[in-house]
Design a protein around this ligand. Structure first.
Ligand code: NAD
Ligand code: DAU
Length: 336
């Protein structure tokens, strides 16, 4: 089977590429990535020489590059490529529109032209908006995105699903909750707080820290995404969640315990504008149809993640230097 992965140098994409090649399946993987600030070839160290792996640098917004890359024929396209950080979408919303919406549209069109058999759009639970203290998002919950990031992801979902409805394109959409695990860029809560704690720096908790996310270990998501690509029904959406709702403060304290640092490092800072209060997913559909369920408990996944970051200080120190520092100063500067 010939697989085309976009955004394979980012967090989930690189875990997915490793997952496909590690499982010893009969797959060839082409990774097409623009290498933005979030894309890092080091995330695939050791994989580059794999005989069934190939890397192509390019943007999903570049019609010619995408056409050329897809020309050799593929069975499935998994579209991970995106601008993925909500906070950055406050500063540069149009980049999110361009990559997440136009890029997806260009890639889908090219995939259809190249007769790719299936297109899997990697999406997010954030497209549903925010929940109160009760209830779960199902796949039929109306979309009500809050940020430029989630609005762009929602638009891309609807675009892809419209191509199924109108043109019969074989597409599947996965909407997962918050992933955590190795190789996550340290701008997101879990790796930012682990790395800050290790360095004895403040952990900037937005608002009251009582927002709830449903945490999913990245390998569980990789398994679910692969299954959705292989056995999901065309035109369908699959929620992928960890059944591990936690308040941000609870996650923060668990990280401090795991790293062995005091809670005095917690620093409450101004809330994120438009901050969604709670996400939680109903995952009965993927459990019932595809037999998937999350396998890694949050406490185990967090322990593995903390151990990985402790063992890969060079990786995140390099990632946190350079351009990232400018973003950090702009975003947190006044408070920290
Ligand atoms: P990431 O920011 O770590 O990686 C994104 C990757 O996409 C990078 O390698 C980057 O270079 C690449 N990229 C960006 N623009 C591109 C372009 N125009 N053309 C080609 N490549 C481009 O993101 P992530 O956290 O791994 O998320 C991957 C996907 O999963 C995204 O679509 C995101 O919306 C979705 N998602 C993420 C989470 C999460 O918790 N991280 C949860 C649900 C859904
Ligand atoms: O739910 C899926 C989404 O999860 C994905 O679609 C996004 O790509 C991914 O980035 C993530 O979005 P969140 O905004 O939930 O993740 P983040 O790690 O940025 O924040 C998690 C929570 O922690 C959120 O309530 C905001 C809070 N937070 C985050 C940061 C970076 C803080 O309190 N302080 C921080 O410094």
């Amino acid at each position: 089977m010939r697989i085309f992965v976009t955004g394979g140098c980012g967090f989930i994409g690189s875990n997915f590429v490793r997952f496909l090649l590690r499982e010893g399946k009969d797959v060839e993987v082409t990774n097409f990535d623009a290498l933005t600030y979030a894309g890092n070839l080091e995330n695939l160290a050791g994989v580059e020489e794999h005989p069934r792996y190939r890397f192509l640098k390019g943007s999903i917004t570049d019609r010619e590059a995408v056409d050329a890359a897809l020309r050799t024929g593929f069975d499935i396209v998994y579209n991970f490529a995106a601008e993925s950080h909500v906070d950055r979408s406050l500063y540069e919303p149009h980049v999110f529109l361009d990559t997440n919406v136009r890029g997806t549209a260009v890639l889908l069109e090219a995939a259809l032209k190249a007769k790719v058999k299936r297109f899997v759009q990697i999406s997010t639970d954030e497209v549903y908006g925010s929940l109160g203290s009760d209830g779960l998002f199902t796949e039929t919950t109306p979309l009500k995105p809050s940020s430029p990031y989630s609005a762009a992801k929602a638009a891309a979902d609807l675009w892809v699903l419209a191509y199924h409805h109108t043109f019969g394109a074989d597409v599947v959409v996965t909407r997962s909750s918050n992933n955590y695990g190795p190789f996550q860029f340290p701008e997101k809560l879990v790796p930012l707080f682990i790395s800050n704690a290790v360095d004895g720096n403040a952990l900037p908790v937005y608002g009251d820290g009582r927002q709830v996310r449903d945490w999913l270990f990245v390998e569980d998501n990789c398994r679910a995404i692969e299954l959705a690509g292989l056995r999901g029904r065309a035109g369908e959406v699959y929620n992928i969640g960890g059944r591990a709702e936690r308040e941000n403060l609870a996650v923060t304290k668990a990280i401090l315990r795991a790293v062995g640092k005091p809670e005095t490092l917690i620093q409450y800072v101004k809330d994120r504008p438009g901050h969604d209060r709670r996400y939680a997913l109903d995952i009965a559909k993927i459990e019932g149809e595809l037999g998937w369920k999350p396998a890694v408990a949050f406490e185990d996944g967090l322990k593995r993640t903390v151990e990985w970051y402790l063992g890969h200080r060079e990786w995140w120190s390099r990632v946190k230097s350079g351009a990232y520092r400018e973003y950090y100063a702009k975003h947190y500067g006044a408070a920290l």
